[in-house]
Design a protein around this ligand. Structure first.
Ligand code: PLP
Length: 390
């Protein structure tokens, strides 16, 4: 059966160029970059070259501001626990209600540890409540960490990170952003958005799973989170995963090129075609999240009166891979915290589906979804107890 992969916010296909660049580091150049001997030492240079590629992609002034790690969850944990540990006393973490669990989970733990956590809400379009943020910055003296995502993983909605960072810095806060869903989709430049810390994941941008990056601006007070050897200038213990880091460097180079060669415009056009087609052919459907402040690859759509999960199963039967805005919690189908925070109407909350495209998505694939999805929705509606039948 044909596979149409529209779940790129979950993970992406590793680019062939990335895999090709990684291979020699499994077969021949498998030494340890920290070794004193020349065999190990010969992989230290490619490691540093990858660091330079990532620094260039993010607009970092110094390559040593790039700390390689295992995944975005680790990067987020490092940012939150590392900054709080450097305070050595209780402080305030200002975050948003729609962050990924990789941020909200540590926030919960930091609250248990005696820190204050303030969650800023969003409006019906998923846009950040700037007034509440400014009030929170003013209300909390003492050490502060702001951790607000650049783009939301479920809706693709973009937050005004530059302004958020400027205000945070002016209030004396350390500023972190989870840029996992923004990287490679919109330009990221830490010279323009003055964040201190920024998280990226390789596998969301065509590198493999198992490699991530925490950007740490020079001078930021942060303790290590994975404590061990002296690797990554003492900021992350553990022998560097050289093949994956090399792959990450190539993925950053490719992503930078894709941001200027029209790829993102093409992806946005395909996403908009999918959106317009679904709204036109599936009655009682609505887009969740702002349609103007959004990354180009993401469409979150609700089909009212039906369960997103059943739509997903039936799409999967036709080879279409998408994702639901809901998480299956302990046997009950709980709507996601993002959809709930936006106040999406009850009739639509359970029927939300996320389609996320990549530069490998083709027009033919979008046409295939537009052919099959309306019939799936119609079938589900015919069975729904919430829809009046004939
Ligand atoms: N942050 C965001 C915004 C994400 O979308 C994800 C993954 O979906 C993560 C963090 C965690 O990434 P990983 O599972 O690679 O650690």
């Amino acid at each position: 059966m044909k596979t149409v992969y529209l779940d790129n916010n979950a993970t992406t296909r590793p680019a062939p160029e990335v895999i090709e660049a990684m291979m020699p580091f499994f077969t021949e150049l498998w030494g340890n970059p920290s070794s004193m001997h020349a065999f190990g030492g010969q992989v230290a240079r490619p490691l540093e070259a990858a660091r330079e590629e990532v620094a260039d992609f993010l607009g970092a002034e110094h390559p040593e501001e790039i700390v390689f790690n295992g995944c975005a969850t680790e990067g987020d944990n490092h940012a939150l626990f590392g900054v709080a540990a450097a305070w050595g006393k209780p402080g305030t973490i200002i975050t948003s209600r729609v962050e990924h669990p990789a941020v909200l989970g540590p926030c919960l733990r930091l609250r248990e540890m005696g820190h204050t956590v303030v969650e800023i809400g969003v409006d019906g379009e998923g846009l950040f409540d700037m007034a509440a943020y400014e009030a929170a910055l003013a209300a909390h003296p003492g050490p502060k960490l702001v951790s607000v995502m650049w783009a939301n993983n479920e809706t693709g909605v973009l937050f005004p990170i530059r302004r958020i960072a400027e205000l945070g810095k002016a209030a004396g806060a350390t500023v972190h952003t989870d840029a996992v869903q923004a990287a490679g989709k919109v330009p990221i430049d830490v010279r323009e958005a003055p964040v201190d810390l920024l998280t990226v994941a390789g596998h969301k941008m065509h590198a493999p799973k198992g490699v991530g990056v925490l950007y740490v601006r020079r001078g930021t007070r942060i303790k290590p989170y994975v404590i061990g050897g002296h690797q990554e200038r003492g900021r992350r213990g553990g022998t560097e995963n050289v093949p994956y880091i090399v792959g990450m460097g190539v993925a950053c180079r490719l992503a930078k090129a894709a941001l200027t060669d029209g790829s993102e415009l093409r992806i946005a056009r395909l996403r908009d075609k999918l959106e317009a087609g679904l709204l036109a052919t599936c009655p009682d459907s609505r887009v969740n999240g702002s349609r103007t402040h959004r990354v180009p690859n993401t469409l979150n759509v609700s089909f009212e009166y039906i369960e997103g999960e059943s739509v997903l199963y039936h799409l999967s039967d036709r080879g279409i891979c998408a994702s639901s805005g809901s998480a299956c919690a302990a046997g009950s189908l709980e709507p996601s915290h993002v959809i709930r925070a936006m106040g999406v109407p009850f009739t639509a909350v359970h029927g939300s589906i996320r389609f996320s495209l990549s530069r490998y998505t083709t027009e033919e694939e979008i046409d295939y979804v537009l052919h099959h999805c309306p019939e799936v929705v119609a079938e589900m509606r015919a069975l729904s107890p919430f829809v009046k039948h004939g």
